[in-house]
Design a protein around this ligand. Structure first.
Ligand code: WT7
Length: 653
């Protein structure tokens, strides 16, 4: 059977799950007219959504679209901290829980909206005392502790731009991101907890700062105390708790920001060796985050919402911080690993706090499946009413397990397709309106328009596959790449002029449902994390023994994709287990543990086309031939291989 044939079989065998009537009866969005109205007049739809925010100067202008640059609500003014915290600090919501936090060792804190606001105000005073002003960049390199949210919102309150760097990134990756942003202040911690071990964040920061000329101050959150002694650099380093104690308890007046002012940058991998600083605006981003929480996640004031993503990724920005807090809901924030001290940690958390909505990644679900149903089986999960997934395509088997074992067949699943660049969910069901097909992210959300195009830029007919594009601007889209607008134009807008190219392949079925097939560019999706092949390759060739390296993503039954490295060595150098270990470690040191190659193959020469392009498809076949077991996931069906090949050939022209 052909590859396309296999995929067709999968589609034919797909069961459609109708909307659950009891869910619909209570859902925020029940009228299907929302789709047609938003399609008829997307600007009016988004303006109505944006009015859900609190504005210090209401906007009168909705959209200015000069492709590929966009401005939304651009004569309005607002502040992101006002919208996530201060607007809930008046009236009865003042004492509602904003953040229920649990540390990995078991320590717990609840911050009400008012208490969170008080901390944000103090931190805003602190940043101001350190000389941070509107428009300045502040880098945050922290574990999942409340101080991370407080620091983000404090930066937002004074109009500064935060740049969160995931705590799993290495010192060198941190350094590159600080230097690209030109940050003057970095906030870190003495360390964090992960599987009972400590992560040396301050030591990494010190190493990064050997070559970060713009940094003037380092603020250190004390998380580990005696478990993680650190050296403090006099005149540069400050303890967070000591500075905070000295700050006045006065409210900090929010700095009014223009709708289009930058709220944050967040680095993500692309097809070159250099990560891109994705730039998000204030009003448009908040509109996307807030709207999708109300519509896709059906978030209400009495929800207890648990998004398991780290805030170091966009999922955490939008669905731990800005989205849920802007709707006034309660979020659970957990510091550590799902299997610490035991494999039931998430389920214990859900039981303990009466969690109503769970949002996690397919790779985690596949891991839970492997661990077995006894872990969730030990806990009461009947508070759950809605489940979500993100990060990669979910294979139907994992979808069914999630639905049955976690959702007890009474929770809809929202499979949300989006990207760091899109700011918020773009293709996702509305759980009170959309019938579900396991493995499909379903339909574009109201106000968003997507298409699947062939190589010539023509929309494919229903039943076809091709390149996924978004055809109209949306409020939460990236505005540019920090310091590199040309790269912004080239990466997203040159392949199909006037349309936003996602980098993903997709299949479009007869009902208009989108099935995301995976990346068609040189980006690997490992456990829902985006890693550029070029970044790993340049780390490998750093080693003086390596002549040439190529890196590909191969199927992996838990991670979705795993990294395989192919290396040719210089004359006279022998391969050895030590060399493999050293190369893997060097990738960890340059990027972070998530980029560690699963395996490294040595080859006398890399297979290349006559024009000198590495034949990655061939390497992928080799690596997958070595892979153990059958991987019948949807994550990277063969159909994407043919798209990828066409894409690569065209790029090589
Ligand atoms: C890439 C974006 C924004 C969420 C976290 C990842 C893949 C994301 C899905 C999904 C299939 C998905 C795509 C996309 N992806 N969600 N529901 N189904 N694929 O953010 O690091 O910016 O990566 O993740 O390939 O392009 P990111």
């Amino acid at each position: 059977m052909s590859d396309q044939g296999q995929f067709d079989t999968l589609l034919r065998e797909t069961r459609t799950f109708p909307v659950l009537p009891q869910f619909k009866a209570q859902s925020n969005v029940r009228d299907p007219a929302v789709y047609t109205q938003a399609e008829r007049d997307p600007e009016a739809f988004w303006a109505e959504q944006a009015r859900e925010l609190t504005w210090s100067t209401p906007f009168t202008q909705v959209l200015d679209w000069t492709p590929p640059h966009v401005r939304w609500f651009y004569d309005g003014e607002l502040n992101a901290a006002t919208n996530t915290v201060d607007r809930w600090r008046v009236g009865p919501s003042k004492n509602r829980a904003a953040i229920i936090w649990e540390g990995e060792p078991g320590d717990r804190t609840v911050l009400t909206y008012d208490l969170l606001g008080r901390e944000v105000d103090r931190a805003a005073h602190m940043l101001t005392r350190l000389g941070v002003k509107a428009g300045d960049r502040v880098t945050l390199y922290l574990p999942m502790v409340p101080e991370l949210v407080i620091a983000m919102l404090a930066a937002a309150k004074i109009g500064a731009i935060h740049s969160v760097v995931f705590g799993g990134f290495s010192a060198q990756a941190l350094r590159d991101r600080i230097n690209d942003a030109g940050s003057e202040v970095v906030i870190t911690a003495d360390g964090g907890w992960r599987r009972g071990k400590t992560v040396p964040l301050k030591a990494n920061t010190d190493e990064a700062l050997i070559a970060c000329p713009t940094i003037k101050a380092v603020v250190v959150v004390r998380r580990l105390g005696d478990h993680g002694p650190v050296s403090m650099n006099h005149g540069r380093d400050w303890w967070w708790h000591e500075l905070m104690e000295q700050m006045p308890a006065d409210p900090f007046p929010a700095v009014a920001r223009n709708a289009e002012d930058v709220l944050f940058t967040l680095y993500t991998s692309g097809t070159t060796g250099k990560p891109k600083g994705i730039v998000h605006s204030t009003a448009g981003y908040l509109t996307g985050a807030n709207t999708s929480c109300r519509t896709v996640f059906d978030l209400k004031l009495d929800d207890v919402y648990f998004c398991t993503a780290d805030i170091g990724w966009v999922t955490g920005h939008t669905y731990v911080v800005y989205g849920p807090l802007s709707t006034g809901a309660t979020v659970i924030m957990y510091e550590g690993a799902p299997d610490w001290p035991d494999r039931d940690r998430y389920w214990k958390i859900i039981e303990r706090y009466g969690c109503t909505i769970l949002y996690t990644a397919p790779t985690s679900i596949r891991t839970f499946m492997k661990w077995g149903p006894e872990y969730p089986g030990r806990c009461r999960l009947d508070s759950l009413r809605l489940l979500g997934t993100v990060g990669e395509p979910i294979n139907p088997e994992a979808w069914m397990w999630y639905s049955e074992v976690i959702g007890h067949s009474r929770c809809p699943i929202v499979d949300t397709w989006w990207q760091t660049e899109t700011g918020a969910a773009m293709i996702a069901p509305l759980p009170g309106l959309t019938a579900l097909k396991p493995g499909s992210a379903s339909l574009p959300v109201p106000g968003v328009s997507a298409q699947v195009l062939d190589g010539q830029g023509r929309p494919v007919d229903p039943g076809g596959a091709g390149y996924l594009v978004l055809t109209k601007p949306w409020p939460s889209m990236l505005r540019t790449i920090w310091g590199d607008d040309k790269r912004y134009q080239d990466t997203y807008w040159s392949r199909f002029p006037g349309k936003y190219f996602t980098g993903d392949g997709a299949h479009w079925d007869e009902d208009g449902y989108f099935w995301i097939l995976g990346r068609v560019d040189d980006v690997i999706n490992v456990s829902g994390h985006r890693i550029g092949t070029m970044e790993v390759e340049s780390a490998l060739v750093d080693d003086h023994r390596v002549a040439e390296a190529a890196v590909i993503g191969r199927q992996h039954d838990v991670k979705g994709q795993a990294i395989s490295g192919f290396v040719s060595l210089k004359e006279g150098v022998e391969s050895s287990p030590e060399l493999v270990a050293a190369l893997k470690q060097h990738v960890v040191d340059t990027i972070g543990a998530m980029a560690r190659p699963e395996e490294i193959f040595f080859t006398a020469e890399l297979p290349k086309t006559r024009s000198g392009k590495i034949m990655r498809r061939l390497l992928r076949d080799i690596a997958e031939g070595q892979a153990l077991g059958d991987t019948t996931t949807l994550a990277d069906p063969q159909v994407v291989e043919s798209l990828k090949q066409q894409y690569e050939e065209r790029e090589a022209d």
